[in-house]
Ligand binder design. Structure first.
Ligand code: ATP
Ligand code: FE
Length: 335
């Protein structure tokens, strides 16, 4: 089974080819244009997708060493995401499936982030059902109870900002370029996580809140800068380590609660923020500390990619759950 995956939900145009669940190619064209605006500009994103989509798919097929006529089916991201961006991938996938006369598979981007754990990688173990997925990305923060490939239930989620936004907005306050998450991670590795304590929000149940953290970081930095204009430059590593430490603490508190509530001790992390080295480390340590079994995806399957779309498509193909030509992109979809 050869599946072509197409991802265009936000600002990355991506295509991947999977053969029986194993990666043959995984191509991502990241749009640099948004950097100077400090965030993704939807109209520019959809235009860039239009320019990138044909070369990216060509590249994915050529790196896989196959022709489009070898494809078994085409999987594409239907949502959630930016409407204009989603439409480019959706229209292209539909046309290609029509032209090649092969099945079309519509994929939920957030389910795909989780299903990335099932890509065949010899040195990576796969979670058994049921497991809990902590989905942490630029637009989402969820704890999901995963009972089967497409049986997922959100049992906790953010009431305001996503974790990725918390990282990016904190980075912006520190004057770091967009997207700042990876930079906070980089500086945090050399800093003291307990240097500056930030308060954790009080949210009931398994839900999260990150907007208060952003505000307290802003006030803290403004106050420090008044006394010492060089405060950020002199303490960047400690500030980043402290922010990251607080965020990880918030996530871990809820995970522990979710484990207690469900009795499930298998934890997988997914989404762009699961690239974060502190989160990966903390989860690895949780195996010994709490007797959890933790699953940490390969780095390239954390941020947006099409390999995760293709693997989700692979399982949909096996269950013959095909999309019809009337399928349209959807900016918001439930899990
Ligand atoms: P969604 O999947 O919710 O639609 P998205 O697709 O925009 O959102 P992803 O690509 O999954 O999000 O993740 C991007 C986010 O991950 C950004 O906010 C980015 O800053 C963050 N991120 C990436 N690497 C790291 C890292 N090492 N540390 C912290 N955050 C990171
Ligand atoms: Fe994503």
């Amino acid at each position: 089974i050869y599946i072509l995956g197409i991802e265009s939900s936000c600002d990355d145009t991506a295509a991947a080819v999977l053969h029986n669940g194993r990666i043959l190619s995984n191509v991502v064209a990241t749009q640099e244009i948004h950097q100077k605006y400090g965030g993704v500009v939807p109209e520019l994103a959809s235009r860039a997708h239009q320019q990138n989509i044909v070369p990216v798919i060509h590249e994915a097929l050529s790196r896989a060493g196959i022709s489009k006529n070898d494809l078994t089916a085409i999987a594409f991201t239907r949502g959630p995401g930016l409407m204009g961006s989603l439409l480019v991938g959706t229209s292209f996938a539909k046309s290609l499936s029509l032209g090649l006369n092969i099945p079309l598979l519509d994929i939920n981007h957030m389910q795909a982030h989780i299903l990335a754990h099932f890509i065949e990688e010899p040195e990576f173990k796969k979670p058994d059902f049921p497991f809990l997925a902590l989905t942490i990305s630029g637009g989402h923060t969820q704890i999901v109870k995963v009972s089967d490939y497409f049986q997922m239930e959100v049992i906790g989620e953010t009431l305001d900002d996503a974790v990725g936004e918390a990282f990016d907005k904190s980075a912006k306050i520190l004057g770091l370029p967009y997207p700042g998450g990876p930079l906070v991670d980089k500086y945090a590795q050399k800093g003291d996580p307990k240097a500056f304590p930030f308060p954790k929000p009080k949210v009931e149940g398994l839900n999260f809140s990150f907007s208060g953290l952003k505000t307290s970081i802003l006030y803290f930095i403004q106050k420090q800068l008044k006394e010492d204009p060089k405060f950020i430059d002199d303490h960047l590593e400690d500030i980043c380590a402290s922010i990251q430490h607080t965020i990880i603490g918030i996530l871990m508190d809820k995970l522990k609660k979710a484990v207690k509530q469900t009795g499930i001790k298998q934890i997988a992390i997914a989404g762009g923020v699961s690239a974060n080295s502190g989160i990966r480390q903390t989860l690895r340590e949780a195996e010994g500390k709490y007797q959890w079994k933790t699953y940490i995806p390969k780095f390239e399957y954390t941020t947006d990619n099409a390999a995760m779309i293709a693997i989700a498509g692979h399982f949909k193909f096996l269950s013959e759950d095909f999309a019809h030509m009337g399928t349209t992109a959807k900016a918001r979809i439930k899990m």
